[in-house]
Design a protein around this ligand. Structure first.
Ligand code: LLP
Length: 418
């Protein structure tokens, strides 16, 4: 079972910490992360890829909490950022620039300038024009040999949800074969930049190994071409995308991904970079939400809860099905139940038609596997403040790592214009 949260004496918790107690101390909706699970999952990846020189990066977009970044930095991971905001988060968390890779299909001039000036590990370029822009900026800033990577779009279907598929030829990301030679010309044998890496990222929540094999075969072909031109390649970045189990059924393990990825690039002799988000933090988190009202619908029960699509967008946006467990076990008959949020949108459900026991007003529900793309995709729609975040440490301490937003926080940046 992938989740660390489990029942003891009829109550959901972890390491002796009761989630009901956590909710009564910090309120709901609340994100709760179990830090030892993140550490253990990182260790699994490192062990699985131990036979091949590999640097594991954390993809900041999955969960951008500053305390989390600072702690991950102490575990010596690299960081994958995709905006000036994420770069700033990493810097503030204390991450050294040489541990940061910067991808992103639409970096602005200001973001690129900051990236060049910061002397990052490498800047991953996604278009010919971006390659030109970096060269121009390096010149303007008097920098030479700025380390860059090219993102390859290998035209491979990641066999995941279409909204999170990024490596098909029609997708906006990276360079397709007809653009690659042109991009190489801009970054090889130029004094301003040095092509040190090739990158691909096929998508997210991938549970099939074949796309990695096919994608990397294309990347390896590109690596040969780049080297023939004289590029000093040191890294192949296979991106992220390792899937997790949202329904509790088995999914591939880190070792399965290693078996698909490492042999394909072994012949190149370069080091492997991974940039994982969901796999590291997804199963470690849950969202606690409280039932406000119970209603009935023709063929089901309906519970209205205090967290919705502004708290956890995945069900509304992708039809994602997270397990929803009552925090207190209840012997009553389970009946199909919808879990709806407070937002005025008909897609605002955390779950549809789940077999749940009767839920009294005030009952708590835990939405599992919400550690990735939960808080980082939260919004203020309907002027709801964002929830708080806590984590449970290796010593069983419960620490607040982001306080609950207030309505004053939310209004502050508009007040000056009032
Ligand atoms: N590297 C790049 C360049 C990426 O764009 C992403 C994710 C990752 C790494 C990390 O992917 P992961 O290991 O987490 O699969 N909001 C969606 C997921 C979007 C992923 C975007 N890119 C969701 O909730 O399913």
């Amino acid at each position: 079972m992938s989740t660390p949260f489990d029942y003891a004496d009829g109550e959901l918790g972890v390491d002796g910490v009761s989630l009901a107690d956590v909710a009564s101390e910090f309120g709901t909706p609340l994100y709760v992360y179990h830090r030892p699970t993140i550490g253990a999952r990182l260790a699994t990846v490192r062990e699985a890829f131990g036979g091949y020189p590999t640097r594991v990066c954390y993809s900041v977009k999955a969960n951008s909490n500053l305390r989390l970044l600072k702690w991950l930095d102490s575990l010596e991971v690299g960081f994958d950022v995709v905006s000036g905001g994420e770069l700033e988060r990493a810097v503030i968390a204390g991450v050294a620039a040489e541990r940061v890779v910067f991808a992103g299909v639409g970096k602005t001039n200001a973001e690129l300038e900051r990236a060049v000036a910061s002397e990052l590990w490498m800047i991953t370029l996604e278009s010919v024009e971006e390659a030109e822009a970096v060269t121009r900026l390096a010149n303007a800033l008097g920098r030479s040999a700025v380390p860059v990577a090219l993102r390859i779009n290998p035209d491979v279907d990641a066999l995941t949800h279409p909204h999170i598929t990024t490596g098909r030829g029609m997708d906006k990301f990276g360079l397709i074969p007809s653009e690659f030679a042109d991009a190489l010309d801009r970054v090889v044998n130029r004094p301003e930049v040095e092509l040190v890496g090739l990158h691909m990222h096929l998508g997210s929540q991938i549970t099939d190994m074949r796309p990695y094999e096919l994608g990397l075969e294309e990347v390896v072909r590109c690596a040969e071409q780049a080297r023939e031109m004289g590029a000093p390649l040191k890294w192949i970045n296979a991106g992220g995308g390792f899937g997790i189990s949202y329904d509790g059924e088995p999914v591939p393990a880190a070792a399965d991904f290693a078996a698909a990825i490492a042999p394909t690039i072994r012949a190149t002799g370069v080091e492997l970079v991974l940039e994982l988000g969901r796999f590291l933090v997804g199963p470690a988190g849950c969202l606690l939400t409280k039932v406000l009202y119970n209603k009935s619908r023709p063929d089901r029960r309906l519970a209205i809860v205090d967290g919705g699509m502004t708290t956890l967008l995945r069900p509304a946006l992708y039809g994602a099905e997270h397990r929803v467990w009552p925090v207190k076990e209840h012997g009553g008959a389970r009946e199909p139940t919808d879990v709806g949020g407070p937002i005025c949108e008909s897609t605002d459900y955390l779950a549809r038609s789940r077999p749940l026991p009767p839920l009294g007003s005030g009952a708590l529900l835990a939405v599992l596997d919400a550690g990735a793309y939960g808080m980082s995709m939260a919004s203020h729609y309907n002027s709801h403040p964002c929830p708080a975040e806590v984590w449970i440490t290796e010593d069983g301490e419960v620490e607040l790592i982001r306080r609950r937003e207030t309505i004053e926080d939310l209004l502050a940046i508009e007040m000056e214009a009032l």
